[in-house]
Design a binder for this molecule. Structure first.
Ligand code: ADP
Ligand code: MG
Length: 307
C-alpha cells in the first residue's frame, strides 16, 4: 500500500502522490492535470475536462474510481437525454398496478405512499447522491456536449449542492459528496453556469515523451524502435490540418494493429495501408495518402538521426 495514503479519506496527500498513484494504474497524467485532480478531490468540487476525443478524459474517471476504491456511476450523455433518463422517474406502471390491487382501507394508505421511494426509479444522478450509499461514488457525466443545452440546467443543483429536489418527494442530498467528473469533446460550448461550478481543465494531446511512456504502459509488447516511430509519426500528423486528429486511443490501436502485422519499423506502404486506424474521415485519409505520409515518415526518420 502507498505510504502516502491519508488514513481517513484515502485521498492523495499531494500532487506528486496523485501522479504516482494514477501511474500505478497505468494512467500517466501531466502535472497540470494532476494538480486539477488533486484540488478537485481536496476541495470537493466537480472537475470539468474538455478536450479532443481520445485524450484520456473518460479514462481518468475510471482510474480514479479504481484508485480510491469507489464505485463508478456513469451517465453517458446523448441527444434527448432528460431528467427521467438521467436522474429519476416515477414508476407509473407499478403505481397503477398497486392501485388496482388495493382494496378498501389499503387504498388510502397507498394514496399517501404513491410518491414514496418505493415507486421511485433512480437513475445515475440520483444514485450518485443517494444518502443510503455507504461510500460516495465517482460520478462520470460523460460527453455532456452530446446532450441538449436545456439538459445542463438539471445539473446545476447536483453540481453545487450535491442534491436533487423532486417536487413530489422532497430534496435528496448526498451524505458524502460524490467525486464528479464531467467531460466534453467540445462539439459545442457548455454553458458558463455549469463551468462556474467546476474546476476546469483542457486536456491536450500529450507531448512525445509522455505519449511514448503511455504507449509503453498500454502496449508493453511493442518494440522500442517501432513505438518511437509510431509516436513520432502521430505527433507529426497532429500538426497537419485535418478534420479529426488522432488521439492517444488511436495511437494505441495503431500500435496493436502494426504488431499484429509483425511490423518492426514503419515504412510508407505499411503506413498507407493502415491509415484507417488513425484517421476516420475519408477526406483526411485522402490527404495523407501517398507522398504526404511518406514525407512525414521521412521527417520522423531524420529526427531519429538527430537532424
Ligand atoms: N494519460 C493517459 N495515460 C494512460 N493512458 C491513456 C492516457 N490518456 C489516454 N489513455 C488511453 O487512451 C484511451 C482513450 O482515452 P479516453 O479516456 O477514452 O479518451 P476520451 O474520453 O478523452 O475520448 C484510454 O482507454 C487509455 O488507454
Ligand atoms: Mg470519452
Amino acid at each position: 500500500m502507498s505510504p502516502a495514503l491519508s488514513p481517513d479519506t484515502g485521498l492523495p496527500v499531494s500532487i506528486d502522490d496523485t501522479i504516482v498513484r494514477l501511474a500505478g494504474l497505468d494512467y500517466l497524467a501531466d502535472r497540470q492535470l494532476a494538480t486539477c485532480v488533486y484540488l478537485a478531490l481536496k476541495l470537493q468540487r466537480p472537475l470539468f475536462l474538455e478536450g479532443e476525443p481520445g485524450t484520456g478524459k473518460t479514462e481518468i474517471a475510471r482510474t480514479l474510481a479504481a484508485m480510491l476504491g469507489r464505485p463508478l456511476i456513469r451517465l453517458q450523455c446523448y441527444e434527448g437525454l432528460d431528467l427521467a433518463g438521467a436522474a429519476y422517474e416515477w414508476n407509473y406502471g407499478r403505481q397503477m398496478m398497486e392501485i388496482r390491487l388495493a382494496e378498501g382501507a389499503q387504498r388510502e394508505t397507498l394514496a399517501a405512499e404513491l410518491f414514496s421511494e418505493r415507486f421511485l426509479t433512480k437513475r445515475a444522478l440520483l444514485q450518485a447522491i443517494d444518502p443510503a450509499n455507504e461510500v460516495a461514488p465517482v460520478l462520470l457525466i460523460d460527453e455532456l456536449d452530446r446532450a441538449d443545452e436545456p439538459f445542463e440546467a438539471f445539473l446545476l443543483e447536483v453540481l453545487s449542492d450535491f442534491q436533487i429536489t423532486i417536487p413530489e418527494f422532497g430534496t435528496v442530498k448526498a451524505k458524502q459528496p460524490p467525486i464528479v467528473i464531467l467531460t466534453s469533446n467540445r462539439t459545442r460550448e457548455i454553458h458558463d453556469a455549469v463551468k462556474r461550478r467546476c474546476l476546469y481543465h483542457w486536456v491536450d494531446f500529450p507531448d512525445a515523451e509522455r505519449e511514448l511512456a503511455i504507449l509503453q504502459r498500454r502496449v508493453p509488447g511493442a518494440g522500442a524502435e517501432l513505438a518511437r516511430q509510431i509516436v513520432g509519426f502521430v505527433q507529426q500528423l497532429r500538426s497537419v490540418e485535418l478534420y479529426k486528429l488522432p488521439g492517444i486511443a488511436e495511437t494505441i490501436e495503431w500500435t496493436r494493429a502494426l504488431m499484429e502485422l509483425d511490423a518492426v519499423v514503419l515504412d510508407p506502404v505499411l503506413v498507407q495501408h493502415t491509415l484507417g486506424l488513425l484517421l476516420k474521415y475519408q477526406d483526411d485519409i485522402v490527404k495523407m495518402q501517398g507522398s504526404e505520409s511518406a514525407r512525414l515518415l521521412e521527417q520522423v526518420r531524420q529526427e531519429a538521426r538527430g537532424g
